[in-house]
Design a protein around this ligand. Sequence first.
Ligand SMILES: Cc1cc2nc3c(=O)[nH]c(=O)nc-3n(C[C@H](O)[C@H](O)[C@H](O)COP(=O)(O)OP(=O)(O)OC[C@H]3O[C@@H](n4cnc5c(N)ncnc54)[C@H](O)[C@@H]3O)c2cc1C
Length: 228
Amino acid sequence: MSTQEEDTSTVDTAFTDTPPPSERARVRRAAERAHYDGATIHTIVDDAWLCHVAFACPDVVCIPTACWRIGDKLYIHGSNGSRMMKHLTSGAPACVAITHLDGLVMARSAFSHSMNYRSVLIHGRFEVVRDADKPAVLDALMEHIAPGRAREARPPDDSELKATTVLGIDLTEAAAKVRNGGPRDKEEDMALPVWAGVLPLREAHLPPQPEPGFGGATPAYVSAWDQR
Ligand SMILES: Cc1cc2nc3c(=O)[nH]c(=O)nc-3n(C[C@H](O)[C@H](O)[C@H](O)COP(=O)(O)OP(=O)(O)OC[C@H]3O[C@@H](n4cnc5c(N)ncnc54)[C@H](O)[C@@H]3O)c2cc1C
């Protein structure tokens, strides 16, 4: 696949009405794919189970972790002993990436191959969630996993809450970038007898695997899991 985005990268004006929240968040390459409105950003974030968090500690690292949203904040959690949690608790700068791959874009030339995607980048610093707010924020993670789960699962006890760091980052300094549609081949390649189009991709939901010996009721979100 080409390591470049198509010619549209020279366009430097995003079509979205919402302006970039900051200069560093402004999409420069293929800027017509940029969106800065909360609705687009929230939708892409809500479709994600995980994000990648980049920070310098002092070497630059990028760590995948579970994430969820409440309002205009993205949350992550982890053990108090995690290097990432300890580092981000200090208010260090971070950049969070969320990516959904929607398809492989097959062009007539190798150069013009691409991918369809929805992605969000968040710039900022995480803040520690206060002890008093932790239960509600962690409940939201359960609800993100499956609506109703927070009422079913045993809530964390004091020692579990104490052992867990929960961090939130504002979604205010964020950019979304979305590519969709088919290949954009060069005019001179259009007659080549090479298959061109999109090979769509999506996350697969496979049949649930109950724990052996479980005799309780099966919640609706489990029965419906592989029909999603
Ligand atoms: C699945 C996937 C595959 C991709 N494949 C390629 C590839 O092969 N080659 C390639 O050149 N690019 C690819 N991209 C696009 C890539 O993510 C960058 O947007 C692009 O390379 C421009 O990088 P840049 O440093 O010049 O960005 P700039 O436009 O200079 O970035 C400036 C700011 O724009 C925002 N931004 C940039 N990229 C994104 C993004 N993807 N999502 C949200 N906000 C963003 C950030 O706030 C960033 O700080 C791919 C993206 C995805 C999601």
